[in-house]
Design a protein around this ligand. Structure first.
Ligand SMILES: [Zn+2]
Length: 140
């Protein structure tokens, strides 16, 4: 899959998500957990769903996982995506993130070959100097 155009990446980090997006620019993947009770907080927000605390702690993960589920998009919902179809949008179970899942494209493989359980690793799409997107490629 070609790199996404910057106009398609309208990322708007806030104080709760900014560390995640900043780490992506450095090609690091962070997962949020509650800074008080340790519960998973992905996506990160102002209050912990378990204890209502606000502090967030960030853990760096390796960026490996497996396809939990996926869909193949065959019709571009925006004219700028015409050159990208068909493409895969998947939910990735991260290997070392205590159950955290991320959504992203699986690239570098024929969409028809993507399967639930496929091992993947993160791949960095440096859209521009302020935006990097995590996407996924087959691990082997
Ligand atoms: Zn908590």
């Amino acid at each position: 899959m070609a790199r996404l155009a910057a106009e398609l990446c309208a990322i708007a980090p806030d104080r709760w998500t900014a560390p995640f997006w900043a780490a992506l620019i450095e090609h690091r993947l962070l997962i949020a957990r509650c800074g008080v009770c340790g519960a998973l907080r992905m996506p990160p927000g102002p209050f912990c769903g378990s204890c209502s605390a606000q502090p967030i702690a960030w853990d760096e993960v390796r960026g490996t996982g497996r396809v939990h589920t996926f869909t193949i998009t065959r019709r571009a919902f925006h004219s700028a995506l015409r050159e990208h179809v068909p493409y895969v949008v998947a939910v990735i179970d991260l290997d070392d993130a205590n159950g955290a899942r991320l959504i992203g494209n699986v690239v570098g493989v024929d969409p028809e070959r993507v399967a639930i359980g496929m091992e993947v690793r993160v791949d960095w799409d440096d859209v521009d100097e302020t935006t990097t997107i995590a996407r996924w490629v087959p691990a082997c």
